[in-house]
Design a protein around this ligand. Structure first.
Ligand SMILES: NC(=O)c1ccc[n+]([C@@H]2O[C@H](COP(=O)([O-])OP(=O)(O)OC[C@H]3O[C@@H](n4cnc5c(N)ncnc54)[C@H](O)[C@@H]3O)[C@@H](O)[C@H]2O)c1
Length: 338
């Protein structure tokens, strides 16, 4: 298939692009590089051992998105493009609604015009809100606690409504838990702009000396060691989930499919600090700070639907996630050059 990978220069999109190419698909990256660096492209081309077509497009621009889809004869879209920093979404909610909803609306309109039948969408476990029991199941009600989360809830709804209106449309809503890790080569990985929101890039920056210490937000949660527990999955396992979902929805009788992508096993902040210390070979400095508002004690997936319907399962261990993150961060202490 010829696949449009929106946001394909970003963290998850870049790893998925490589796996699409390895699976025999033709992947075209569309990105405005607002949250990624152009130097990722030659690295991807080196790993894929072939040139990769890249279109520089702001996907909130309807006319530009139309022109992109008109020009290329795509069979499917994987939609990663968007803004993802929870804290920033609280201070700049309108940017989040404009970019996340706007890019989805532009893509759906252009897909309808060109008759592109399938879209795989990057959703998030954040749509389960703050009161969901664990493990989280796809049929749970959705809600959110911040503008970023609401954009995901709303984008899911937009996609469901578009499918009602167009019986030929096939949609996969992939709810990611906590993607971490990097390609084994250590040449591509996560390079967040500004202060990272998530534990793994913070740990990696402490390990490489870019930060003094890790703040652990709360050690009085009702968990075995008192720190929050999350479902970390390797970005390579996550990328494989996209390839499986794409294959599954093409020509499927079901119009909209929702799959959790996680391991189903939670790991605490303290366990992650220990695992990362093993990976980088030295103790990491940590300090316990008060809980952050909006954080929940535990979040982990019930991944059984993805296993049954996609034949997909996350297989990489926490130690592999930390080792691969460390290889990327120690080879690229400041992330991508430009
Ligand atoms: N990383 C996570 O922890 C996580 C968890 C759950 C869901 N997600 C979702 O997965 C998707 C990809 O996440 P990521 O971690 O790879 O993020 P990322 O920031 O690394 O990648 C997003 C890419 O989209 C591009 N982009 C942003 N706005 C654009 C626009 N208007 N037009 C074209 N390109 C645009 C950016 O330049 C960037 O390359 C996002 O939708 C995110 O919300 C991520």
């Amino acid at each position: 298939m010829r696949i449009l990978v929106s946001g394909g220069a970003g963290y998850i999109g870049s790893h998925t692009t490589l796996q699409l190419i390895a699976a025999g698909h033709d992947a075209v990256i569309a990105d405005d590089f607002s949250r990624s660096k152009r130097s990722v492209i030659p690295r991807l081309e080196a790993l894929a051992a072939r040139p990769i077509e890249v279109r520089v497009v702001d996907l909130t621009d309807r006319a530009a998105t139309d022109a992109l889809l008109e020009s290329a004869g795509f069979d499917a879209v994987i939609h990663f493009a968007g803004l993802k920093a929870v804290g920033e979404s609280v201070s700049k909610p309108l940017d989040y609604y404009r970019v996340n909803l706007g890019s989805t609306l532009s893509l759906l309109a252009a897909m309808a015009r060109q008759g592109v039948p399938s879209i795989v969408f990057s959703s998030s476990a954040t749509v389960y809100g703050e009161h969901a029991p664990v493990p989280m199941e796809e049929d749970f009600p959705t809600s959110a606690t911040n503008p970023y989360g609401w954009t995901k809830v709303m984008q899911e709804q937009v996609l469901r409504d578009a499918a009602v209106a167009d019986p030929s449309l096939r949609v996969a809503l992939l709810r990611y838990f906590n993607p971490v890790g990097a390609h084994r080569s250590g040449t591509i990985g996560e390079d967040p702009s500004g202060i990272p929101n998530n534990l793994m890039p913070l740990l990696a920056q402490v390990a490489v000396g870019r930060r003094d210490k890790l703040l652990i937000y709360g050690d009085d949660y009702p968990t075995p060691d008192g720190t929050g527990r999350r479902d970390y999955l390797h970005v390579e396992d996550l990328a494989a989930g996209h390839v499986a979902a794409l294959d599954r929805i093409a020509g499927s009788a079901t119009q909209v499919s929702t799959w959790n992508l996680g391991t189903g096993t939670p790991t605490s902040v303290k366990e992650m600090v220990d695992a990362f210390s093993r990976a980088c070979g030295h103790e990491l400095s940590v300090e316990v700070a008060p809980r952050r508002s909006g954080d929940i004690a535990e979040s982990y997936a019930d991944p059984s639907r993805a296993e049954a319907e996609l034949g997909w399962r996350a297989t990489r261990t926490i130690d592999e996630m930390c080792a691969d993150t460390w290889r990327w961060q120690s080879n690229n202490p400041d992330g991508y050059p430009v």
